[in-house]
Design a protein around this ligand. Structure first.
Ligand SMILES: [Zn+2]
Ligand SMILES: [Zn+2]
Length: 348
């Protein structure tokens, strides 16, 4: 089989590798689509502290089960599935309190073990979720980044009276927007410096009034002009630059909550006073904690549409140009998928 292998930082090649055999409790998936994520770019550039090389990356993938290991019901053969990349031990403190996405022995598919940038991938059977029958397979590859958005909203909680602000209209910010607008039905402002990304925000449910181009408007004034008194009550940083958290803490309303997703090693300068005087809560969110069933339920109920952010499907032989597109063309691309040529199922 052919796999995209990152041998070392900034070095990637298409390699012929032996077909992996599913171990006990695993299934082998013939991969169709894999999303390219910002974290894949970080691994490629050697900026992910958890990864070891060489590595087959990719954690946002869909395909068809075509072999099962011992202990897995053979009736699962042929299922079209999407894979939750989180593998946890089940015994540590985090696992015991239901926070397995931060398991002390966490294994992330595509980071700690080989992932979906490959014609075939073996994964634990319980991580492979059947995709909704009428959902196009390409859209199903957005379930993982959607689960990331679902996770941070489950961490912060969402009240009907919340006024939300999302920094950044990239894939995660746009998914968050759909969760806030279409699942919770609250007011949610979203910022970006590119009109093309804000146009996607409109498609994801924002009103004209809720989009803010921060290359033309400064944020505090833009919010005041839009009638937000006293600051947003719920803020998400989907840009993940250290300066964003500093501003978020300044502009948040009293009793506000801030969701953070970044992995920057650079400190943010925050005075404790800012947090204490308004009793702000910071919620860090990593990956997702068993959120796939929730996202699949939202899809089946017609609440969310995962297709909006997909801008490109690129044959996996052209992985270098796909990476270039994902990294260097933010006006034309949002979510870029690699197509590994597997089956399309009933729906695609
Ligand atoms: Zn991702
Ligand atoms: Zn654990």
């Amino acid at each position: 089989m052919l796999s995209v292998v990152v041998d070392k930082p900034n070095s990637m090649s298409l390699c012929e590798r032996p077909l992996p055999e599913p171990q006990t409790g695993e299934v082998r998936v013939r991969v169709r689509y894999v999303g390219i994520c910002g974290s894949d770019l970080h691994i490629f550039h050697g900026k992910n502290p958890f990864v070891t090389y060489p590595r087959v990356i990719g954690h946002e993938f869909v395909g068809q089960i075509e072999a099962v290991g011992d202990g897995v019901n053979t009736a699962r053969m042929g299922e079209m599935v999407v894979v939750d990349p989180v593998i946890s031990c089940g015994h540590c403190h985090a696992c015991r309190i239901g926070r397995q996405n931060v398991c002390s022995r966490l294994q992330v598919i595509g980071v700690h073990r080989d992932g979906g940038f490959s014609e075939y991938a073996c994964v634990p059977a319980k991580n492979a979720y059947v995709i909704p029958r009428n959902l196009p397979l390409a859209s199903a590859s957005i379930i993982e980044p959607f689960a990331v958005a679902a996770n941070v909203t489950s961490r912060t909680g969402v009240f009907p009276s919340d006024i939300a602000l999302i920094y950044g209209a990239g894939p995660v910010g746009l998914n968050l927007l759909q969760v806030l607008k279409r699942v919770y039905g609250i007011k949610a402002f979203i910022t970006d410096h590119l009109d093309e990304r804000l146009a996607l925000a409109l498609a994801c449910g924002a009103t004209q009034d809720e989009i803010i181009n921060t290359s033309r408007e400064t944020l505090p004034e833009a919010l005041t002009q839009r009638g937000v008194e006293g600051g947003p009550t719920l803020i998400y940083d989907a840009v993940c630059h250290p300066s964003i958290l500093e501003e978020a803490v300044r502009i948040a309303a009293p009793a506000g909550r801030i969701g953070i997703l970044g992995f920057s090693a650079t400190p943010s300068a925050i005075a404790q006073q800012e947090l204490t005087k308004k009793e702000l809560s910071l919620y860090a969110s990593r990956l997702n904690c068993a959120m796939f069933p929730t996202v699949i339920d939202w899809i089946e109920r017609g609440l969310v549409d995962l297709s909006h952010i997909i801008t490109h499907k690129v044959d996996f032989h052209d992985v270098a140009s796909a990476f270039h597109l994902a990294e260097s063309a933010p006006r034309e691309s949002c979510k870029v998928l690699l197509d590994f040529g597997g089956p399309s199922g009933n729906a695609s």
